[in-house]
Design a protein around this ligand. Structure first.
Ligand code: PLP
Length: 394
């Protein structure tokens, strides 16, 4: 029996159940592969961010094992006490070179990289100008900073400019911030226009490249490289948890920015650093990005193949321009029913509803990887067609 103090949680769970939104965790047995066993069922996996298959790459696996043997399983402290190991520094120097920035700093996750950075570089008298579909970690960082938050409609540069113009007489600092690739819609930010606005109005420009790291730009350098904007974006966040295959987040930028985060980034100061195995896997991943560019090519050819297939079937794929392709449904309950039925038929595509996306914008989210075969993607399309027709969606 739950204690009466927590009865309200039981009530809220029941409300979610009535809306068909009380979803359960899917449990993966074995490795994160393009065809994998979830909840005891073999399914084509369209739900992982393992874009390049690096979660199980032999070179990363060996690097993790070697680092564990040589250095142990834990770092033993936060970075600012005694938890900065040589391998952490080596990874950060490698990332800075890769991103063509002066320096970089690694956080425990992409989430803490965003929340820790926004929370540190902005303060109570400042202003954060943020895309409506920015990731939760940006929103949390903005709240932690206590700055005034101004949200502009998704990718609407005119609206962003109107806000910056209105704020121009205010003495506070301004931060213009956007996801590079939007995680639920798979569209790309209008970064050249936003960087131009940031310059025009003297705002700090920050991009969260979680879904662009390893996906967009030369060898997966991200949206700044994709658009040729080197030197024009002050703060670049990337994740090490998606295409890079392990865990973590980083900030790449100027040396002063990075030094400031060493001194003021709260997750950096107050939470223990990565085990050496994680740093070693990430280091190896960046080498793989440069030495096996065919992985990124394969990711994009699979993306084109699958997206065209979905469109041909008559599905609405929204605004997607990347390997993240939503199948727009609208109603939350119908979306979850579709996702469940598709899963029973052999395809794992996550249903996403409120509060992750706005009410009425529920969708199935599909993500292809470099390691899916065309036969697997064709089979997935056939299953989506069969179930989609049975449920009257196409
Ligand atoms: C996944 C994601 C993050 C968080 O990255 P983690 O490394 O998983 O913590 C941040 N921003 C965006 C846009 C994401 O999709």
């Amino acid at each position: 029996m739950p204690r009466p103090q927590l009865q309200y949680l039981t009530d809220e769970l029941q409300q979610l159940e009535q809306k068909g939104l009380r979803t359960k965790l899917r449990v993966l047995r074995g490795e994160q592969l393009p065809v994998a066993e979830f909840d005891g069922r073999r399914v084509i996996n369209l739900s992982s961010n393992n874009y390049l298959g690096l979660c199980t790459h032999p070179r990363l696996r060996e690097a993790a094992l070697a680092a564990t043997r040589a250095l142990g399983v834990g770092s033993g402290a936060v970075r600012t006490i005694s938890g900065t190991m040589a391998i952490h520094m080596e990874l950060e120097e490698h990332i800075a070179r890769f991103k063509h920035t002066e320096a970089s700093v690694v956080f425990q996750s992409g989430f803490t990289a965003n929340s820790g950075t926004v929370g540190a570089i902005m303060g109570r008298s400042d202003f954060i100008v943020s895309d409506a579909l920015n990731h939760a970690s940006i929103i949390d960082g903005a709240r932690l900073s206590r700055a005034t938050i101004k949200v502009f409609p998704h990718k609407d540069c005119n609206a962003a400019e109107a806000i910056l113009q209105e704020l121009a007489p205010q003495p506070g600092r301004k931060l213009l911030i956007t996801d590079g690739v939007f995680s639920m819609d798979g569209d790309i930010a209008p970064l050249p226009e936003l960087a131009g606005l940031a310059e025009k109005y003297g705002a700090v420009m920050m991009v969260d490249d979680a879904h662009a790291s390893g996906v967009l730009g030369k060898n997966g350098r991200g949206t700044v490289d994709h658009f040729g904007l080197h030197g024009r974006v002050d703060v670049q966040v990337g994740t090490l948890s998606k295409a890079i295959g392990a865990l973590g987040g980083y900030v790449a930028g100027g040396a002063n920015l990075i030094e400031f985060l060493h001194l003021r980034g709260r997750p950096f100061l107050f939470s223990t650093s990565h085990p050496p195995s994680v740093a070693a896997s990430c280091l190896e991943a960046f080498k793989v990005l440069e030495e096996e560019p065919e992985r990124i090519e394969r990711l994009w050819s699979n993306t084109r193949f699958f997206k065209q297939g979905l469109k041909k079937l008559g599905f609405d794929t929204g605004m997607s321009e990347t390997p993240i392709t939503p199948i727009m449904i609208g109603d939350g309950r119908r979306t979850m029913e579709f996702s469940r039925a598709v899963f029973q038929a052999g395809v794992f595509a996550t249903g996403i509803a409120y509060p992750t996306v706005p009410e009425g914008k529920a969708r199935l989210r599909t993500i292809v990887t470099a390691t899916h075969t065309e036969a697997e993607l064709s089979e997935a399309l056939a299953i989506l067609e069969r179930v989609g027709k049975a449920q009257g969606l196409i």
